[in-house]
Write a protein that binds this ligand. Structure first.
Ligand code: 1GP
Length: 232
């Protein structure tokens, strides 16, 4: 069975709590050549902010996915292709493994046909997501490989996500995760800021995720990361 992300090299992650670079529009973001947009952030996201980005992006031809950080920010909208829901394998607080998910199922009529989980391995202890989830970021390459393997083989995860949000990570750990996976798709995110960083991580990950760059530097910089990820 094929999934849309099987063909992705590059994803732009829009934080609904942040503005785009001055003078730029979501149309500009969609024209960078990225394969998909994920809308999600860790802090201060609301369903209203989520909806504002969905409304702005929905009319373009780039697949649009919500990545809800908690049940309260989920928006049901036909413009959205699906939901990519984080499950943090190395969370210290089990709310981020099953707890928030349980609350979501209780509160919402979950659209399972369009919902897929992402098995996160969070590795930057400074990141808000690491602090919120109390992630144990002290993981060797061997540990990361083991997490990736259990994600796929024990928990049937289709997507494994090595997350260094805010900083460029250790390519050897990304390589270790890639080596442990059979069919699952590997996302890498964190500190991708130019052609070389995208190329380096893209050599191991199936798709690289670019977040802060789109807000801080803008679409010209993002376009170079698309080239790096494509060439990898
Ligand atoms: C965040 O992995 C993404 O969830 C992207 O990270 O913001 O560091 O690009 P950056």
């Amino acid at each position: 069975m094929t999934a849309p992300w099987d063909d992705w090299d590059h994803i732009v992650k829009i934080d609904p709590d942040k503005e785009l670079a001055p003078g730029e529009t979501f149309e500009d973001v969609c024209e960078t050549g990225t394969d998909a947009l994920e809308i999600g952030g860790t802090l201060d996201v609301t369903s209203e902010k989520m909806k504002r980005v969905i409304d702005a992006c929905g009319k373009y031809d780039v697949p649009l996915y919500q990545e809800p950080s908690n049940p309260g920010v989920v928006v049901h909208d036909d413009a959205v292709d699906g939901f990519l829901v984080p499950v943090v394998l190395n969370a210290g607080d089990v709310a981020w493994i099953t707890g928030a998910h349980k609350e979501w199922v209780k509160a919402d009529d979950v659209d399972w046909a369009r919902t897929t989980t992402e098995a996160y391995i969070i590795l930057n202890p400074e990141a808000s997501a690491a602090q919120l989830t109390q992630a144990d970021c002290e993981q060797t390459a061997e540990d990361v490989a083991a997490y990736a393997e259990i994600a796929e083989q024990m928990y049937g995860q289709e997507i494994v996500y090595v997350e260094y949000s805010g900083t460029l990570g250790d390519p050897r750990k990304v390589e270790a995760a890639a080596g442990a996976l059979d069919e699952a798709t590997l996302f890498y995110g964190g500190g991708i800021h130019d052609y070389d960083s995208a190329y380096t991580m893209g050599q191991h990950a199936d798709a690289v995720v670019v977040g802060d760059l789109v807000h801080d530097e803008g679409v010209d910089a993002v376009r170079k990361t698309v080239e790096g990820a494509r060439d990898a």
